[in-house]
Design a protein around this ligand. Structure first.
Ligand code: S3P
Length: 428
């Protein structure tokens, strides 16, 4: 079990981050959606993290030829997806497993999706149940809720589905199934969740229309256009350094070429409401808006209550909690029950981690309160959760921190410590 020791920061910094990890959600989708075309897709700046490399390996197991030159990838899709002769290993990735479940439910053949011990304990009925209702044959442990998932793909019916949770993974799985339906399908969510799937598939020529929170999906009548994309930086990965900047006097960070999709930058909006100075400079629009985010220290942060559009900042809540712990008052996170079924139970991991650092918290079923003050040195176990490991590494900028079980960081941000060591001392 590898660990890292982070020393307190000793000076202000001005960091221009050109190498924040490429976006994980978009990279997964590149690997998968390339299979919906009959022509080669070209992807630059693909995330070479464990999660997305697993999705890419599955693409190859399904018959695609994958040519890799560093992070530039060409994917030549097969004419028909191949029935794989082995288990499809999604590693730690809920996105990999849930989206592939939707994609493969409509393909003739037998497919087994599995993953690491954490993923095998995460709920899959949120996708398996609505997919079964439209004819998919999906089984697994605990009445089909836990992986390994066995899928016998075949014909699917169209659907009208109102999702009880705002989840881009559930939405994407159902959209992928809807592309194989026998007529038009409709999907509804309460609040829009991240919409990369709709934007990318529309860009590839699929007929997917959104009206308010309703999405209308036309079945495919022909292969889609290939993807030609440079994956932008991941705002969720950049956010660790945004928090670093917001809590360090006179610090500034520029996160270059990041997606500015509104469903992904809500945590930056919250950090600005807490007092940090944040500017967005849009430079491009490729499937979605892309540009730079500049974050500067602007004095001590104020406490805040976060309760709306939770799906827009769900991945950033652990790092945001570090900012809350250093603010002047009591902050609250509400309506965030989904945190309990992430890579770890993130309500419990954040609260126990903060308590170990001397920060007072109050835990409830769907969130927690953080009483601002100081963050003391402690030893934190990541619980195998990349975002817990990185959040507490940033907390270590104040009084130092030892993080145990850091290998999970490779799932999403393999060069995290390289960037962190530009602003403080890190030893492993
Ligand atoms: C993701 C959706 C979110 C997010 C996850 C990536 C995606 O999960 O937490 O890291 O790429 O669709 P949910 O759909 O469970 O909210």
């Amino acid at each position: 079990m590898n660990k890292a020791i982070i020393k307190p920061i000793s000076k202000e910094f001005n960091l221009i981050c050109e190498d924040i990890a490429p976006d994980k959600s978009i990279s997964h989708r590149c690997a998968m959606f390339s299979l919906l075309s009959d022509k080669p897709s070209n992807i630059s700046n693909f995330l070479l993290g464990e999660d997305t490399l697993n999705s890419l390996a599955i693409t190859a197991q399904l018959g695609a030829i994958v040519k890799r030159n560093g992070s530039n990838i060409e994917i030549i899709p097969p004419k028909y997806l191949k029935e794989p002769n082995d288990v499809l290993d999604c590693g730690n990735a809920g996105t990999g497993m849930r989206l592939y479940a939707g994609l493969l439910s409509g393909i003739n053949g037998s497919f087994v999706l599995s993953g690491d011990k954490y993923l095998r304990n995460r709920p899959m009925n949120r996708v398996a149940k609505p997919l079964r209702e439209i004819g998919a044959k999906i089984d697994g442990r605990e009445n089909g809720n836990l992986a390994p998932l066995c899928i016998r793909g075949g014909e699917l019916k169209s659907f009208r589905y109102k999702s009880p949770i705002d989840s881009a993974q559930v939405k994407s799985a159902l959209i992928l199934a809807g592309l194989r339906g026998d007529s038009k399908s409709y999907y509804q969510e309460n609040e829009l969740s991240r919409d990369h799937t709709e934007r990318m598939l529309r860009g590839m020529g699929a007929s997917i229309n959104s009206v308010d929170n309703w999405i209308e999906i036309e079945p495919l009548t022909k292969p889609l256009d290939p993807l030609n994309i440079t994956v932008p930086a991941d705002p969720s990965s950049g956010f660790f350094f945004a928090v670093a900047s917001a809590i360090t006097p006179n610090a500034k960070v520029v996160i270059k070429n990041v997606t500015l999709n509104p469903t992904r930058i809500e945590a930056y909006k919250i950090l600005a409401r807490m007092g940090a100075k944040i500017d967005y400079i849009q430079k491009d629009n490729l499937y979605e808006p892309i540009g730079d985010i500049e974050v500067s220290y602007n004095g001590k942060l104020h406490s805040i209550t976060v309760e709306d559009n939770i799906s827009w900042l769900i991945d950033e809540l652990p790092a945001l909690s570090i900012a809350m712990a250093l603010s002047n008052g009591t902050s609250e996170i509400k309506n965030a029950k989904e945190l309990r079924v992430k890579e770890s139970d993130r309500i419990s991991s954040v609260v126990s981690g903060l308590n170990a650092c001397g920060v007072k918290t109050i835990e409830v079923e769907d969130g927690y309160s953080v009483i601002g003050g100081d963050i003391k040195y402690s030893t934190i176990n990541s619980h195998g959760d990349h975002r817990i490991a990185m959040s507490f590494a940033i907390a270590g900028l104040i009084n130092g921190m030892t993080i145990e079980d850091i290998d999970c960081i490779d799932t999403s941000f393999p060069n995290f410590f390289n960037i962190l060591s530009q602003i403080t001392e890190v030893s492993k």
